[in-house]
Design a protein around this ligand. Structure first.
Ligand SMILES: [Zn+2]
Length: 146
């Protein structure tokens, strides 16, 4: 028996194999469509999607490509008040992009949300350890009393 990693519903062996081969993750038909729509209609990256599913595998209630009314967050974990942005090289090398990122981080922090910026290289080379640390971070953030 196999399950959709997004909604937990049962999926058949053929759907499981198709999804694993084509999407890289076990998803039901509806969530294959959902992920395709996000992938082709938004600015999300394969790195953000990989990290999102690494967090889902750890039971994190993450949301992919969440619109907060002002901007789209790569991965949002609302109940821990943490936003995760997965960044490529241009975020470090381009000062205007870096400044715009800092402003976004500041405005989110004013609303009580912490932004974690994860470079693509961590997703590529140390995704499991990275996801473990982020999960620990989320638990600490959620338990913190303000
Ligand atoms: Zn599903």
């Amino acid at each position: 028996m196999s399950f959709c990693i997004e909604c937990g519903c049962n999926i058949s062996q053929s759907v499981f194999e198709y999804s694993l081969n084509n999407m890289g993750h076990p998803l039901c038909m509806n969530h294959q469509k959902w992920l395709n729509a996000i992938f082709y209609n938004s600015s999300t990256t394969p790195h953000a999607i990989e990290l999102y599913f690494a967090l889902k595998r750890r039971g994190v209630p993450a949301e992919l490509e969440k619109w907060d009314g002002y901007k789209t967050i790569d991965i949002a974990v609302t109940d821990a008040k943490v936003n995760i942005e997965v960044d490529g090289k241009h975020h470090n090398y381009n000062h205007q992009q870096a400044l715009s990122d800092l402003k976004r981080t500041y405005f989110s922090f004013q609303k009580g949300y912490l932004t974690l910026r994860i470079p693509n290289s961590l997703v590529e080379w140390s995704i499991e350890e990275t996801a473990d640390y982020i999960t620990g971070f989320l638990i600490e953030s959620k338990n913190r009393k303000y």
